[in-house]
Design a protein around this ligand. Sequence first.
Ligand code: ADP
Ligand code: MG
Length: 373
Amino acid sequence: MANTEASGGQSAFLSIRNICKEFSGVRAVNDVDLDIQQGEFFCLLGGSGSGKSTLLRMIAGLEKPSSGTIRIDGQDITETPAWSRPVNMMFQSYALFPHMSVEKNIGYGLRQDKWEKAEAEARVSELLELVQMKEYGKRKPHQLSGGQRQRVALARALARKPKVLLLDEPLSALDKKLREDTQRQLVAIQKEIGTTFIMVTHDQEEAMSIATRIGVMDNAKLIQVDTPRELYEKPANRMIAGFVGQVNIFEGQVSGSGKNQTIQSKDTGNALEVLGEHDLADGQTVWVAVRPERLLIKTRAKGRAAAAPNKAAGRVTDIMYLGNITHFEITLKSGKHVRLTISEHWDEEEATVRLGDRVEISFEKRAAVLLTR
Ligand code: ADP
Ligand code: MG
């Protein structure tokens, strides 16, 4: 398992150990260990049904774990009821009270907690400022835009100063442009107040652009926890490699052992070579992942096959020119389709590649990631 272990050990702010959740025989969350540090903007990323919401709801106290423990700031809260946990969940904007003004919505929890009137008013005004809604305190939710309602929901969730704010796909109902603006605002607000945020999303771009670290869930398990960069550069398996960004995966068979070990690939018709030493068995199937932007391309003369490691011969079967970037589809002699992208700074030879051309693709060892599952 890649780096899901404690990065800060006992000192982690939120520490989850061996958490499981079963719903009438179905394992929704399977033996999850996770440590999150104070002030992180952590994203739980995974496909639908992978267990993200269930894990988040257990942190919130809205679901009771079948087994395992949850600690926040040194305190075991596994048995603590939701309302007295130092966490809060932000629900989507439609959960605002429609008949209450923005101010009343934001101050709702403070009135429940019987805050002094003056203190509560000061807190509400501070929050209105934080989410840039100062002029809108008297309005009702239906008099606001979607993005503004979202900010009110955020202010309301932050009102009682939770130690951890939980967000379950809060932006999924917004259109692309508004979603990107709201992502930026969320990051800015989180930085300003320093509260630990944990956000669930199935959108890998959203997670990559927002998170300090990402936990990838698949089939009830947490399978990798890393920074966005590490996830992209060192995915733990083929699923993650394909989930965070585009990738080409070449299958290969290991032969031999020790220094003479090679990986032969039917996909490329050549050997695959990667950096570093790997503990592989003779006959084992492995995969080498290469990002489209790390593949190199050049034209070749008829019949001239590329007989060298990390090279393959093929033909250009599609070109999509987008101005700043060009996408190529190359069909290799093996029939495998490969994606390759070239940014505007291409060299002259690359610039002359045309649809239907015979080409040779290649990649450097350092561009290749070896995967064993
Ligand atoms: P995600 O948020 O990643 O889409 P969920 O955590 O909502 O996934 O669900 C994980 C699995 O648990 C799914 O198979 C889902 O059907 C199941 N599940 C979630 N909540 C319940 C529930 N209250 N009762 C029964 N099954 C549930
Ligand atoms: Mg969910």
